[in-house]
Design a binder for this molecule. Structure first.
Ligand SMILES: [Zn+2]
Length: 379
């Protein structure tokens, strides 16, 4: 067995840690660009303390927005970039830090739709402060960007893009509304399950997945119904962090393979798409493994996931799928059609998903018919 597990991110975790941020940022330079999500007021104290440039990211980040942010950072002579927000703000800041230092057009560096050019210069130091518990983007080396021109999402990816600091303060998630808690929490669960059954699974990522799945199983429902539950919020913040570390080192699978073209083509939160797809992606993989690859270790791993989720020693892979399906119903996860995706759009999505980078790590290749069935079930 051989594997690599890389992280160069200093992780600072704990309730109240956000208060240390101005000092932390000053350690990287005098001039900061602060990238926020849809609630920039949350970062106001920070912006004042740092006398920083600011930029709000209204939706999921695009090539155009990154181009503008990188120019802003250069014009203002920024020497550090901070993102305070959900996955969109963090991915935007991560990409801005990379393009500000490297120059050039973001599209040149983008996978799949762009030229996938490698970064030649390390990005500006980047500090990620998540305010949701789900994406794990604070510890990953890619930024997912939309391109209006191409109608898909693709990654800007480089080992150099790992954030310098991930500051995870669970208190920042207390005010998240239930729907966002559900979407992001199920994204976290997906990002723990997919690396664990991935073709690139490895023992270090496994340990994080197993621990994280257990935490989601005990905490997500509680965080949804009572957002002020400190323990549940802490458990979800940890689970999200572990999912980020796991996916960055073991890859993802069919659910994220679909989330890329769906997120690129329609305005839907990434987590909501993953949540709608998760039980069906699991079911398709388990059925395909039983039919074509019963010796593949991923099959037993789906049963292990079921034991972690249900807490029952005799749980089968199918019990795990049922558990996830019931959780999605309880947390009111809308089907894909709720986001304006039409039935006639599905065949095109299957074609694009087959090319997505996440699909390569799925435990086994799924046929076009199987992919179509996952999408139809989630629709
Ligand atoms: Zn995800």
């Amino acid at each position: 067995m051989d594997f690599e597990f890389a992280t160069a991110t200093r992780i600072v975790f704990g309730e109240g840690k956000a208060a240390t941020l101005p000092e932390l940022a000053r350690g990287f330079g005098a001039r900061a660009l602060v990238v926020t999500g849809t609630s920039p007021e949350r970062a106001e104290a920070m912006v004042q303390a740092l006398a920083a440039e600011t930029m709000a990211v209204p939706g999921e980040p695009t090539v155009e927005l990154v181009r503008e942010g990188a120019q802003r950072a250069k014009d203002a002579g920024c020497d550090v970039v901070l993102s305070i927000g959900g996955g969109s703000a963090i991915d935007a800041g991560k990409a801005i830090a990379a393009i500000a230092a490297n120059g050039g057009e973001p599209l040149e560096f983008l996978e799949v739709v762009g030229q996938g050019r490698a970064l030649s210069v390390p990005p500006l130091p980047f500090i990620a402060v998540p305010t949701t518990a789900g994406t794990g983007s604070e510890v990953t080396r890619n930024a997912v960007l939309g391109s209006a021109e191409h109608g898909v999402k693709a990654s800007l990816r480089s080992p150099l893009m790992l954030p310098r600091v991930a500051l995870v303060d669970p208190e920042l998630t207390y005010a998240l509304p239930p729907a966002i808690t559900a979407y992001t929490g199920l994204d976290a669960l997906t990002q723990l399950i997919e690396p664990y059954v991935s073709a690139r699974a490895n023992p270090l990522a496994d340990a994080l997945s197993i621990d994280g799945i257990r935490r989601v199983a005990s905490a997500l429902r509680i965080a949804y119904f009572d957002g002020t539950d400190r323990n549940a919020r802490r458990e979800m913040a940890l689970a999200s962090l572990f999912g980020g570390l796991a996916l960055a080192n073991a890859g993802l699978g069919v659910v994220h393979g679909f989330a890329a073209p769906l997120g690129g083509g329609w305005e839907a939160p990434h987590g909501a798409l993953c949540a709608a797809l998760l039980p069906h992606g699991m079911a398709a993989n388990v059925a395909a493994l039983r039919a074509r690859a019963p010796q593949n270790p991923a099959l037993e791993r789906y049963a292990a996931i079921a034991r972690l989720l249900t807490g029952r020693e005799n749980a089968s892979a199918e019990d795990g799928i049922r558990w996830v399906r019931a959780l999605c119903a309880e947390l009111k996860i809308p089907p894909l059609r709720a986001w304006g995706i039409g039935q006639s759009d599905l065949p095109g999505v299957v074609e694009n998903a087959a090319r997505a980078s996440s699909m390569k790590a799925n435990p086994l290749p799924l046929t076009a018919e199987e992919l179509q069935a996952v999408l139809a079930a989630a629709w």
